[in-house]
Structures are given as structure tokens and as C-alpha cells.
Design a protein around this ligand. Structure first.
Ligand SMILES: Cc1cc2nc3c(=O)[nH]c(=O)nc-3n(C[C@H](O)[C@H](O)[C@H](O)COP(=O)(O)OP(=O)(O)OC[C@H]3O[C@@H](n4cnc5c(N)ncnc54)[C@H](O)[C@@H]3O)c2cc1C
Length: 290
């Protein structure tokens, strides 16, 4: 069994790390399959493995169960995502108590998304912003706390300056490190980090990379989260559309080039949005280590 390790302690070592994100599957069979996928990625020695919350229809008990199994059965360092959506403070406190009892050291504190087309509304006695959840966690628990950030600005924010001011508040509330929304042009990440540093945000900022494996999926995702697909990548994907092996090759090649340039540029690590599949991520890491 692994003694979980705080991500801030790992990042303070200054060696670039890899980490992987998964969402809890809906059926027990799919959960077993996911644990096998995570086991396949274990030889890469990720610094941590994260499990999303509330996204893709998952629920609270699935997240707690999955992070505990990642730690106890697979022996990897887990991070639980936790969002404010639909939860009162007491409910959030109960989830945080359960995570602490399970020996989890790392929590990604999020606001969460409203239903499509609606504005975010906090639950009764809940929180309106991720920074409120960060402060709440800091007030009673000893987790290492991560937060989300958006190189191309959060879709609700009027402009990047306002978004950065809110991000600075979230970091001052006690966020130990940040993970970016997915992006496909490294220039967006490096420009964002420069602006964040100028705004006084001094915590590590892990770039979030999603290898494209499905053309329709990435178009849907980018239209929701506001990330842009560079036109050269969009054309290559459009040409490959309908041929899954070719789409995978284009996606892996683009993401490998992104990761290589990011690592050369001195990033603290790479966080992979795996969408619960291992082949693309394994190919990218193998190419980077070759
Ligand atoms: C790495 C990563 C992981 C994610 N994992 C999940 C997940 O597991 N589950 C899930 O449901 N969603 C997840 N999301 C999506 C996330 O929940 C949404 O993007 C959500 O809309 C914003 O969450 P946040 O934590 O960034 O919110 P916040 O930091 O609260 O920011 C949200 C918006 O509010 C604004 N804002 C912040 N503070 C203030 C303030 N004091 N006053 C006015 N405006 C303010 C910000 O500028 C921004 O526009 C993830 C996103 C990322 C990047």
C-alpha cells in the first residue's frame, strides 16, 4: 500500500512530472476496465493520478471508491477532484472527511459547471467560487489543494485580466498548484504563465494536454470550453476524419510536439486528459522518453 504524497512536495523537487486524469465510469465492469487501464500506465510512474468529480454523470461514492482503490490496490498517488456544484458546506465537509479517512492527500478544488445554457448558481449554504472552497478546505483539513486555470480565459469571464484577478484570489486563498484547461497551441500557455506571474501568481502551473483521438469529440469539447484548435491541426484532423488510426496518429504527433516544446520551455510537468484510454498517452510518453 502506498503512503500518499502531497503534490506540492513532489513539484518542489523541480523534476518535471507526468500525471493522468480519469473520470469514474458508470458501471462496475467499466470500473474494472478502468483500473486495468490505470495499471497499464503505472510503468510510466506518474506523480499522481486524478479522478474527476460530477463530470460525465459520476457521483460522490464512485469518486471516493475509485481514488481509494487507485491508492490501495494499484499503489499510485491519487488526487480527488471536488466541485461546489449542488453541495452545501456540510456535504462538502463530509466528502472531505471521507477523503482524509481514505488517506488521500490531494484535492483539486473546483466550482463546477452549471447545466448547459444556464448560469452557475451555488447550492443553499454552498459556495459560488472555487476560491471559497479552497479557503474552506484550508480552514479545517491538511490537503494539498490544486485549482483550475484557463490559458484562453474561462468562458464566463469578460476578459483574461478579470479572470487572472480571480485566479490570484484563488491562489491567495491557499491553492498550492494549478492545472490548465486543455489547449493546442503552446504559445497560449507560455503567454498565460507570463501574465499570471505578472499578476503575482507564483505557484506551479501544470499544462493540461489532451491527445485528440476523436474529431467530433474534440470539436464538441473545444466549443464548450473555449479552447481554439489551430487551423493547421484542424485541417489535418478534417483530412483524417473517418479513419480512427490516422486520427490517433495526428493527435499523438501534435500532442508529442506540444509536450516536447513545453518540457524544453521548463514546465513543471504535463497533466494528460486521458479520457480513460491509455494508448495515446503511452505513445506520447514513449516518444518523449526515446
Ligand atoms: C484541470 C481541470 C479539471 C476539472 N475537473 C472538473 C471536474 O472534475 N468536475 C467538474 O464538474 N468540472 C471540472 N472542471 C471544469 C470546471 O469545473 C469548470 O471550468 C467551471 O466552470 C469553473 O471551475 P473553476 O474551479 O475554474 O471555477 P472558479 O475558479 O470559481 O472560476 C469560475 C469563473 O468564475 C469567475 N470568478 C472566480 N472568482 C470570482 C469572484 N470572486 N467574483 C466573480 N467571479 C469570479 C472566474 O473568473 C471564472 O470565470 C475542470 C477544469 C479544469 C481546468
Amino acid at each position: 500500500m502506498l503512503d500518499a504524497v502531497r503534490i506540492d512536495t513532489i513539484l518542489a523537487r523541480g523534476e518535471p512530472v507526468f500525471s493522468f486524469e480519469f473520470f469514474p465510469p458508470k458501471t462496475p465492469q467499466a470500473a474494472e476496465q478502468l483500473l486495468r487501464t490505470i495499471d497499464e500506465l503505472k510503468p510510466i510512474s506518474p506523480a499522481f493520478v486524478s479522478v474527476t468529480y460530477g463530470a460525465m454523470g459520476s457521483n460522490r461514492s464512485q469518486v471516493i471508491d475509485l481514488v481509494a482503490r487507485i491508492k490501495d490496490e494499484i499503489g499510485l498517488n491519487p488526487m480527488a477532484h471536488l466541485s461546489c456544484t449542488g453541495h452545501s458546506r456540510d456535504e462538502l465537509a463530509s466528502i472531505l472527511d471521507q477523503l482524509a479517512s481514505a488517506g488521500v492527500d490531494n484535492v483539486l478544488a473546483l466550482r463546477g459547471d452549471p447545466p448547459r445554457g444556464e448560469e452557475f448558481r451555488p447550492a443553499a449554504d454552498g459556495f459560488a467560487h472555487a476560491s471559497d472552497l479552497v479557503a474552506f478546505i484550508r480552514s479545517r483539513w491538511d490537503f494539498c489543494v490544486g485549482g483550475a486555470c484557463y490559458p484562453e480565459k474561462h468562458p464566463d469571464a469578460p476578459d483574461l485580466e478579470t479572470d487572472l484577478a480571480h485566479l490570484a484570489t484563488k491562489v491567495r486563498a491557499g491553492t498550492d498548484f494549478l492545472i490548465t484547461q486543455l489547449f493546442f497551441d503552446d504559445a497560449d500557455y507560455f503567454a498565460f504563465v507570463r501574465r499570471a506571474r505578472a499578476a503575482g501568481i507564483d505557484v506551479p502551473i501544470l499544462p493540461g494536454i489532451m491527445p485528440v483521438t476523436d474529431v467530433g469529440g474534440v470539436r464538441r469539447m473545444t466549443s464548450m470550453c473555449g479552447a481554439h484548435l489551430p487551423s493547421a491541426l484542424e485541417s489535418r484532423l478534417a483530412e483524417a476524419d473517418g479513419d480512427p488510426a490516422r486520427v490517433l496518429s495526428v493527435g499523438v504527433e501534435h500532442a508529442t510536439g506540444q509536450c516536447r516544446a513545453l518540457l524544453e520551455g521548463g514546465v513543471p510537468g504535463i497533466h494528460f486528459y486521458t479520457l480513460n484510454k491509455s494508448p495515446a498517452t503511452r505513445r506520447i510518453v514513449a516518444a518523449l522518453r526515446a
